[in-house]
Design a protein around this ligand. Sequence first.
Ligand code: GTP
Ligand code: MG
Length: 313
Amino acid sequence: MRLLGTLNKFGKLLNYSLARNFPKRSMACSRFEYVKSFEQDDSILPNVWIVIRIDGKKFHKFSKTHDFEKPNDENALNVMNAAATAVMQEFRDIVLAYGQSDEYSFVFRKETVAFKRRSAKLLTYVTSLFSSSYVMQWAKWMNLPLAYAPCFDGRVVLYPSEQNLKDYLSWRQADVHVNNLYNTAFWKLVLEKGLTNQQAEAKLRGTFSADKNELLFQEFGINYNNLPAMYRKGTILLRKRVILGEKSRQAVVPLHEDLISSQFWKEHTEILGKYVPGTYNAPQTLPRLVEMQLNGKELDDEAEEPQNLAGTS
Ligand code: GTP
Ligand code: MG
């Protein structure tokens, strides 16, 4: 005990002496300081839309290991949606997120000064928060444990005009349509008609959308347009005001609309215009994703403005 007391005293003395003899300023000016100048300025030019797209690494294997339903696993897609919601809640300058399969795109408002528009900061924060949120959300949606840690790559793409941004999102949504129609037909042939993967592939080779629609209708009695919109259109996340009786509160809400149409942009003017979240046209039962955000939170009527996250190093 006595020895411990002596050591403690000695430690305090040493700390005091270090603090006196090596003030912070002299540490910063060490002869090693010059290495800082090797860091590159990666600030994104002003006045452009910043889009960050993340994509799951080897999700063909991840989905197999975790027994995802084919071609779409509703719960697995909702893990993606919930992780993206967490990202939007943290970064309030993200005005829209769009997800499908194992990818999500996050659109920062043009004027954002979050992290001084430093590209690597934005990219790594979004990608790492998405990944950790994916893991946190997993057990809330899936009924088997994670077999290993999933990871996601990320990229930053800049779009200078509204049309470029709309075309980018349209490109991702068109991708869902093409892939989902093909995958739906493919897995019906394999799982219900007993074709091998190769046989199904051969049957669909060279077919157009209309042929696949016809095949689904004739052979399986499926009207493709009646399949869940989340599978056909992907998920658009927007910040909206959810009306709950007399009160309202902001939440990130999932929509499965056609964003290729001009109607979408007329309806959700806050994306390109002044950022004031619109009202949510809630379905009769609130999606679980929205309920989870509202649960346990006080309702308020105050509009929340997007944050400026500038200044943090
Ligand atoms: P990299 O991104 O290059 O690492 O390859 P990847 O295997 O992740 O492929 P990619 O990103 O091109 O495609 C995503 C893959 O995830 C799909 O091909 C499917 O295998 C799988 N996947 C995504 N969502 C679902 C789903 O809901 N159900 C099933 N069964 N598989 C899915
Ligand atoms: Mg992937």
